[in-house]
Design a protein around this ligand. Structure first.
Ligand SMILES: [Zn+2]
Length: 462
């Protein structure tokens, strides 16, 4: 992104580089002897963050003590509704939204208000919102992500290609020029980036999974020749189906950067395990099913905008073998999770059918499941079942009502096989089979998040 970076001017870039290096060094120095050592450090850091929050964010002015349990659990819609009370400059949502929409339309991400940058939050449901970051916060982000993504250190050198939906002011090089970044805008068709990618020859490639899939296809066709040594899938759920295509094409493991507007939440280590960034955020867990939880996060470093006990939309799957306190082979004491499975709206909710799909007899009281009570069917089961059906290359399932699924399949000739696979899965899961109607397969543009499984009506699990 030469244009964006050069607009900042050389002096500013120099200061930014030094700031990033300082944050990088701080993140590299942060090593914990064991989990107990880490938890003492985190508790002290949390106390500082919460003490400041009571002073600077009007929403928390009445919280009686800087203890996590004294703060309410909030979600994105509540934060959006009281936006000005959740930032330390009193910025109003309407002003921020107007500016963010203007900058997004111009693909110019350097504009700001009151010294902070404003990014449009790509929420898929509810009101649109924005996220605010100060220059110091962006330096912390860049320095920390470098420290975690480059285990061999800055001095080993790297060329990192970042393919993102919306950029921020990014940095062309840090570490005395040994580490170079190049930003590629996902709003531009990827094929237009091929020659520039080949010239840049990235050693690290970070992109959302659907962009990695397109690059893998281009590489297989011989119209792209990059050979990165490390690949990160960024920001979205990585489907095992897509993962194996990317890995077999490029011959390297796909690692993950778990990142959202709420923060830099996790990253894979050198052993390929996804660690939660508990040195940046506190993760509380709200159980959503066996071995699964939704994180409630509190950021230890963000200052402009409050991220305190914020319930995310994601569903995370616990790692069976590595819990808090049992360190990974990489030596980190930070919690390992198996994977990010999807968003809460990616879970289908179907009525329980304890006796199969035959007209269910009334369940005697006190035996557990009420007839008709809805149960979750997790997105990864749906993906695995349908993608394994003969002939299916890709699909979308949308649940538009408790008893109605729309299923789009590519190629259309595999519709019947996909429908049978979905019916069998639902039946084996002890759920009542709803109407399954065919829909046209129309993949969205690359800037639209890839969600193969989605639910459009709101309901609560029993
Ligand atoms: Zn590890």
């Amino acid at each position: 992104m030469a244009a964006g970076a050069s607009r900042l001017g050389a002096g500013r870039l120099g200061a930014d580089r030094l700031g990033i290096l300082a944050r990088y060094a701080a993140a590299r120095r942060r090593r914990f002897r064991d989990r107990a050592h880490f938890e003492r450090w985190q508790a002290a850091r949390l106390y500082q963050a919460l003490s400041r929050a009571r002073r600077v964010f009007p929403y928390y002015a009445e919280v009686p003590a800087p203890e996590l349990w004294c703060f309410p659990i909030v979600d994105k819609s509540l934060v959006t509704a009281h936006f000005a009370h959740f930032n330390d400059r009193g910025l109003a949502l309407a002003d921020c939204l107007a500016l963010a929409r203007r900058t997004e339309a111009m693909r110019d991400f350097t504009a700001g208000l009151a010294g902070v940058s404003i990014g449009l939050s790509s929420g898929t449901s509810g009101r649109q919102s924005v996220f605010l970051t100060s220059p110091a916060e962006r330096r912390t982000w860049a320095g920390t992500i470098l420290a975690k993504a480059l285990p061999d250190g800055l001095w080993a050198g790297a060329r990192a290609a970042l393919i993102l939906r919306a950029g921020g002011p990014l940095y062309e090089s840090v570490g005395g020029g040994r580490v170079a970044f190049r930003y590629f805008d996902l709003a531009v068709p990827l094929s237009e980036h091929h020659s520039e990618l080949d010239r840049f020859a990235p050693t690290i490639l970070a992109a959302p999974p659907q962009a990695l899939v397109l690059l893998a296809h281009a590489r297989r066709k011989g119209i792209l020749s990059i050979a990165p040594g490390r690949i990160f899938s960024i920001a979205e759920v990585l489907d095992p189906h897509d993962q194996s295509l990317i890995e077999s094409t490029f011959g390297v493991r796909v690692d993950q950067i778990y990142q959202a507007t709420e923060g830099f939440l996790g990253i894979s280590c050198a052993y390929g395990r996804l660690h939660l960034n508990e040195d940046l955020l506190v993760f509380e867990r709200e159980p959503v099913g066996p071995g699964r939880f939704t994180p409630i996060v509190t950021d230890l470093y963000r200052r402009t905008q409050a991220v305190i006990r914020l319930r995310l939309d994601d569903v995370l799957v616990e790692a069976p073998d590595v819990g808090p306190g049992s360190p990974c082979a990489c030596g980190s004491v930070l919690t390992v999770i198996e994977r990010v499975e999807g968003r809460r709206d990616d879970i289908l909710l179907l009525p329980h059918a304890p006796h199969g799909e035959r007209a269910a007899p009334a369940t005697p009281p006190g035996t557990g499941a009420e007839p008709g009570a809805v149960r979750p069917l997790f997105a990864d089961f749906v993906r695995a079942a349908i993608l394994a059906a003969p002939g299916v290359q890709d699909f979308r399932v949308v649940q538009d009502a408790p008893d109605l699924l729309h299923l789009a399949v590519r190629p259309a000739s595999a519709q019947a096989a996909a429908t049978d696979a979905l019916r069998a899965l639902i039946s084996h899961s002890g759920l009542r089979i709803p109407r399954i109607e065919p829909a046209a397969f129309t993949p969205g543009p690359a800037v639209v998040k890839l969600r193969r499984v989605q639910r459009t009506f709101q309901a609560s699990t029993s």
